[in-house]
Design a binder for this molecule. Structure first.
Ligand code: DWN
Ligand code: ZN
Length: 408
């Protein structure tokens, strides 16, 4: 296959998860017996531009349907992280009433609301109607569109000013035409503007065996080496990088602008990736074996508990949770239900394995002996919330980097 970014044909596969259902394709009760589409899920490395990417294409309209269930505001940790970023940008970029901040994949206004509060004009862009409605309801001006070169040109032609700040969190993994997306950012960015891009760090995915973060929504898995080449391709420059180990299993925030220049932090990350081979295939080639080991270990742990007559539930109807349940083969005979705080997900069923998604209160009401944390990236926030469950004798299982029962 040719690389999605640079077009070279040297792309090399390093993990094949087989045919998987769509991770956010939660199933309505009335559809449980109906057909459920599955798609090949295989991930590869491009030696040309260093981009890690999946090989299968699923139409954006299928991945992000009208009832796309993900709302960012259901995580306190994420809301706090977003607020810190917004307040820091307002101060360091001297943003005010004559500025413009644009967020791509702005979801329900979870981040832009902080700029609105400070009187800084914003524009949110997101293709999910319910999330855009929720954003506008809270006073965050948002439009329901997929972003790309065309929309950038349309906005500029329609009189939108070039943006002082463009924020793109957890979206540069999701866009098939990544080149068009970056070209759109370049066109929309003011001459002295700043782009900040946040994505889970592919190095953490490999180092901590976070294979479940691989699903069809995530076409790309980013590194400094890949992002720098991608930006150079469009006449932009990667200038700086920040690391957030607690966010989504390890997240990098990339700082990009029209101006050249690298901070010492970025130099260190780039040098580290070369020194450890993150920019070459050898870093990825042993990963499949480690995923198989995790699969065996988790199945043995869960099956052993069930053989002892223990009951097991799961926490977090996360997209990664679907990959975990379906790839490991965790059916309802092992894990009977999943709880989630997101009211849009409650009453639906997990893709493929079909566990019902219940309100979080079910943990205390039904008191499963163990609960597998599928949203392990928020495990501390979740365990802090659910003290009543552990005080009643409940125990947590965390699946990555190694499946284990963790003390509360
Ligand atoms: O790119 C993406 C990644 C970064 O985040 C998108 N695919 C959306 C999302 O993927 P995900 O669905 O795997 O993400 P989360 O945010 O890890 O999912 C957490 C789930 O857990 C959500 O359904 C909300 C739920 N939750 C909860 O029930 N109680 C979360 C928290 C923090 C809680 O306290
Ligand atoms: Zn490439």
């Amino acid at each position: 296959m040719n690389c999605r970014v640079c077009g070279e044909d040297g792309v090399r596969s390093f993990l094949d998860l087989g045919k998987m259902p769509l991770s956010d394709g939660l199933v309505r009760p009335e559809n449980l017996l109906g057909p459920e589409p599955t798609f090949a899920l295989e991930v590869a490395f491009c030696p040309g531009c260093r981009m890690v990417q999946i090989l299968e294409d699923v139409a954006q309209e299928v991945l992000f349907p009208e009832d796309y269930p993900y709302f960012s505001s259901f995580s306190d940790q994420l809301l706090a992280h977003a607020r810190r970023h917004a307040l820091n940008l307002i101060e360091t970029r001297s943003l005010g009433s004559d500025s413009l901040v644009v967020e791509l994949a702005s979801n329900d206004g979870y981040l832009l609301q902080n700029f609105v509060e400070a009187g800084v004009p914003v524009l949110g862009i997101d293709p999910a109607p319910a999330q855009v409605q929720a954003a506008n309801d809270k006073g965050v001006r948002s439009i329901c569109r997929f972003f790309g070169r065309e929309l950038a040109e349309e906005l500029l032609a329609g009189g939108t000013a070039r943006a002082d700040v463009i924020i793109a969190n957890n979206v540069c993994a999701h866009v098939p035409d990544l080149n068009g997306f970056v070209a759109g950012m370049k066109a929309l960015l003011a001459p002295d503007g700043l782009i900040t891009i946040e994505n889970p760090y592919v190095r953490d995915l490999i180092d901590h065996c976070e294979f479940d973060t691989i699903y069809h929504e995530h076409l790309f898995y980013h590194s400094c080496s890949g992002i720098e080449r991608l930006m150079q391709r469009h006449g932009l420059h990667l200038n700086h990088v920040e690391y957030f180990p607690e966010l989504h299993g390890g997240t990098l925030r990339y700082h990009v602008s029209h101006a050249a220049g690298r901070t010492p932090e970025l130099e260190a990350y780039l040098a580290g990736e070369v020194a450890d081979g993150v920019d070459s295939f050898r870093y990825y080639e042993g990963f499949a074996k480690r995923v198989e080991q995790l699969r065996g270990d988790l199945l043995a742990l869960l099956s052993g508990l069930r053989a002892e007559g223990r009951t097991i539930a799961a926490y977090g109807a996360a997209a990664k949770g679907s990959t975990m349940l379906n790839y490991i083969g965790i059916g309802r005979e092992l894990v009977s239900f999943v709880v989630d705080r997101n009211t849009h997900k409650q009453g639906l069923h997990m893709p493929g394995t079909h566990q019902p998604i219940l309100p979080v209160e079910a943990l205390v009401e039904q008191r499963p002996d163990y609960t597998l944390i599928l949203a392990w990236n928020f495990k501390d926030e979740i365990m802090r919330q659910q003290v009543a469950y552990t005080e009643a004798g409940g125990r947590w299982i965390v699946p990555v980097p190694h499946p284990e029962v963790v003390a509360p």
